[in-house]
Design a binder for this molecule. Sequence first.
Ligand SMILES: [Zn+2]
Length: 382
Amino acid sequence: MTVSAIRIPFTGPLPPPVIVPASASSVSGAIDAFLSFLTAPPSPYLRGVDVGRNSQTVLLTGAGISVASGLSDYRGKNGTYITNKAYRPIYFHEFATRHGSRKRYWARSFIGWPGLLKAKPNSTHWAVRDLSAKGYISSVVTQNVDSFHSKAHPETPSVELHGYLRSVVCLSCRNQISRAEYQKSLEKLNPAWAEFLAKMVDLGVLDTDNPEERRRRGMKLNPDGDVDLPKAPYSTFRYPSCPSCLEKPPRLQDGTTTRVDVDSDGAWLPTSTAGILKPAVTMFGENIDPSVKIAAEEAIDDAGRLLVMGTSLATYSAWRLVERAYKRGMPIGIINLGGVRNESVLLKADNGKNMVSRYVRCSLNSDTVLPSVASQLPSLSH
Ligand SMILES: [Zn+2]
């Protein structure tokens, strides 16, 4: 099987959104359009109709739906790529090979964690929960690493395409540790940073859900849970080694032994050849876990239509799922403020007045549309 690494998102300009039907340019028109979308009979163009739940919808979500929870998205009005042109996420190879890059990453993540912990699912996630309980949703595929879907609707099958921030994983033995536990270790190893963080908390920087206000108070939380701290002394930051590898350094596949060295406090030392912990998210340049990729594809194949929310499909792994749905003949709905990559391809699924359209599109925030849709639809279970 070929597994492609996550590439840096497509950053070219996106064409302006084409609203389908035209009435979906207003909020009430969009609500009507998506009420029809979710309740239409299975599409006659659907292939593979002998399997799956063809009257149900699979969701594909992105950072845009978490903006209302106080996280930045990437390309929205206040998106990370828009407000900070120099922003560049860390690449897997940098993280895996450079001690200095890891110090910088973990320092920023350490400061960003309490804010992420405080952030809660918003009305879009609750609407997904309600739609799921009423029988409309087969599963959710998300690019988000904030765990809001699993918090808001743990009963709905969910695939976290790019992993999750709630755990860290060892690059050598693949053991996972909860991020909350890991935060405690970072706190012990970095008392001065912990003091700084406590000060930020005291100043109330984390007390606001308003990202503008948070930025004004000197802190900016990116969607992957780190913050920008100009001129911070990252090189002083220490991080622990994997406890399992420290206890028993693993053998590599070729039989050679590894070593895990720590300082007197337990901080990982660069003389080590194993035991590096990484957030359990898929970094740029890193392969998506093959089992996750398959689960996402099965989620598409197991549903009769696809609803895309809060993503411009800039990441190839997300676009590929939409392309898969398109090729299967699935009706596709998009709720996303602003343009979407390859929109002209998807528009071909809108066959105008004479044939059945299988494309619905509005350019609005999901929290202005989906909660009303969810509350108006009847339960399918009785
Ligand atoms: Zn390990």
